[in-house]
Structure formats: C-alpha cells, structure tokens
Design a protein around this ligand. Structure first.
Ligand code: PLP
Length: 338
C-alpha cells in the first residue's frame, strides 16, 4: 500500500532503531535522562532559545503552551483552521478555560491587521482579555501553506505593543524551513514559545518539543506533570528524536518534490475540481460535484493508495519518508488516469 494518509504513519528506520537501542537512559522526572537532556538542549540551541521540554505529543506541547500563556476566561486569537481549535478535542476550553477568536482565511495564514481587528478592548468588561496569538506553520488544513516571514514579524510587533503572547504551532515547521531556506534561530527570535513535532515528517515514532525561555519552560514542566506527560526512561524515544533532527531534516525537500508531483497528477484527472498545494508535503483537493470522497477513497484503495477524507468532497494526501520515489511515480500514474 502507498500510504498517503499522513506523515505520522512512518516507522523507525533500522538506523534510528539502532540508535534508540544504544542510548543511555535515566529518570526524566528527576532530570536524569541523558538522551532527553541532550534532545532538549539540542532543540533550544537550534532555535537560539533558552530551554525546551520533551513531551509525548504535539497536542500536549500546544496545550501546555496555551495553559502557561493564559488564565481562565482569556481569549486566544488563531485561524479558523488551527489545529489547536479543530483537532485538539476542545482542549483550549477543557484544559485552560480559554476561548478562541477565529480569523477566517483561505489557507490559514492571516495578517497583522487581521489580528489587530480581533484584539478586544481590555477596558470593556463585556469582553474577554485577549492574551495570546497562535499561528501554525506549515498550515495543516491549509494544504501545507507557509507563512510570509515579514507578516509574522509584523504580528510580533503588534504582540509587543499590546502585551500579547505569541505561540507557534510548528508541528511541521521544518517543512517550512526547508522550503524557504530559513534557519530555526530566525524563528527563535520571533516567538515566545514554539512547538515542534518529531513524529511527523521527521520520522520519529513519538515525541514533540516545546521551546521557550527558561521561566516559560519551568512553568511548562509543571503543566506537563499535571497533564500526565512526565515520563521516566523516555530516553529510548528521545534518542529517536535526536536521530531525526540529525538525519531527517534536509530530506524533507524530497517529500516536497513528491507532493508537487502528486498535485500535478491530480490536476490532470477529470474527477478533480480543484487542487490546493502549499508547496510542502500536503495536497488537499476537491472532487467535482457528484463525486463523493468516500467513493473516491475506495477506488484508489483498490489500486493500492490510501488517503484521508477531509470533507464530503475533499481529500488530503501527505508525502513522507516511508513512500519511495518509485511509489510516488506509480501513485501519479494511477491518480492521473483514474
Ligand atoms: C499533528 C499536529 C499537531 C500535533 O499532533 P499530535 O498528533 O498530538 O502530535 C499539532 N499541530 C499540527 C498543525 C499538527 O499537524
């Protein structure tokens, strides 16, 4: 099967497994796990930030960040497509008692002016306190769209003026970095907190990191404990993260090339109405009226391809390190002629 459902379906390579098995471990809660300590230091260093916190999932790193940034009753400004809003089980409300102000847009990116229009007047007792701006790069539901760096800088300036926190959900930040030829430290200077996933395109089986200044991460460690994410000999899985950051970043360019090929193949097929492709590893397309996503998925499954339904007539395909170039060529032939 050519599995294009998600870049989370990857399994550890032989090299990664070997590296995991040969790591030293200790009790992470006592601060004694050498691999976790190394991974956290490596991530903080990469981004030019003070500290990092190893967690089981990207949902947890985002939810910890929101919990540290806000108090109950506060409001978070984010996209209507945001993972924190759509795909974290209502965690903004459940975990932090906060609400969201949603910015509508085509691909999940927005402008500093959009943010300004969503900031509540703190002197108006009817209104929730606006406390945090959250953006996602790349945008999952925005077909892997990347943010314009200058717009992110303008939002930073606005957050400074209005005393708002600024969090980046960078589950797929490395895809954006590779596409735009940018360095992690350029992002480290911009955000108060950054969440990255090691278990998406980077190929680790588990793990995410929350990165920020020392005080933020100290508070985050308390919330990680509260959320049940304080693990013990986590070094075995943290080692996979170290291996992923060392070996699997540059190759994301291959996934982008493969996704571009998939997007082109889909455009050639008459069942396709519109293809959205943000230039990284995600393609989202709509089928022409009358064609149902569930029927289309059955058709391609019979030909050996798996994808994900994102709406009645829309489907997502994601490329990753466990689909080979040969499989992509095969998939393109099938998708173009289906
Ligand atoms: C996958 C993802 C996350 C985190 O997901 P987990 O499955 O909890 O690791 C967060 N944000 C975005 C944009 C994602 O795609």
């Amino acid at each position: 099967m050519i599995d294009l459902r998600s870049d989370t379906v990857t399994k550890p390579s032989a090299g990664m497994l070997d590296f995991m098995m040969n790591t030293g471990v200790g009790d992470m809660v006592f601060g004694e796990d050498p691999a976790v300590n190394e991974l956290e230091a490596m991530a903080a260093d990469m981004f030019g930030m003070e500290a990092a916190l190893y967690c089981p999932s990207g949902t947890m790193t985002n939810q910890i960040a929101i919990n540290v940034h806000t108090r109950p009753g506060d409001e978070v400004i984010c996209s209507h497509m945001a993972h924190i809003y759509l795909f974290e089980g209502g965690g903004v409300a459940f975990n932090s008692g906060a609400s969201v102000a949603l910015i509508q847009s085509e691909n999940g990116t927005f402008s500093a002016e959009d943010v300004r229009q969503h900031i509540n007047n703190p002197d108006d007792p009817h209104k929730a306190y606006t406390r945090l701006v959250e953006i996602e790069n790349t945008v999952n539901r925005g077909a892997g769209a990347c943010w314009d760096f200058n717009e992110m800088v303008r939002i930073r300036e606005l957050c400074d003026q209005r005393h708002l926190g600024y969090h980046l959900d960078g589950a797929r930040l490395f895809n954006a970095l590779v596409k735009d030829g940018m360095k992690p430290e350029e992002y480290g200077t911009l955000f108060d907190s950054i969440s990255i996933c090691l278990s998406k395109g980077l190929g680790a089986p588990v793990g995410s990191l929350l990165i920020g200044n020392r005080d933020f991460i100290r508070q985050g460690a308390r919330v990680r404990k509260l959320f049940g994410g304080a693990m013990r000999q986590a070094g075995y899985i943290a080692a996979a993260g170290i291996y992923a950051l060392k070996n699997n970043v540059e190759r994301l360019a291959d996934d982008h090339r493969n996704a571009a090929a998939i997007a082109e193949a889909l455009k050639q097929n008459s069942l396709t109405e519109k293809v959205n492709y943000g230039g990284t590893n995600i393609v989202i397309f709509t089928l022409r009226p009358g064609m149902k996503a569930s029927d289309y998925l059955e058709k391609i499954r019979a030909r050996g391809i798996l994808a994900l339904k994102t709406g009645e007539r829309s489907i997502r395909m994601v490329t990753h390190l466990d689909v080979s170039d040969a499989q992509i060529r095969e998939a393109c032939d099938i998708l173009a002629t289906l």
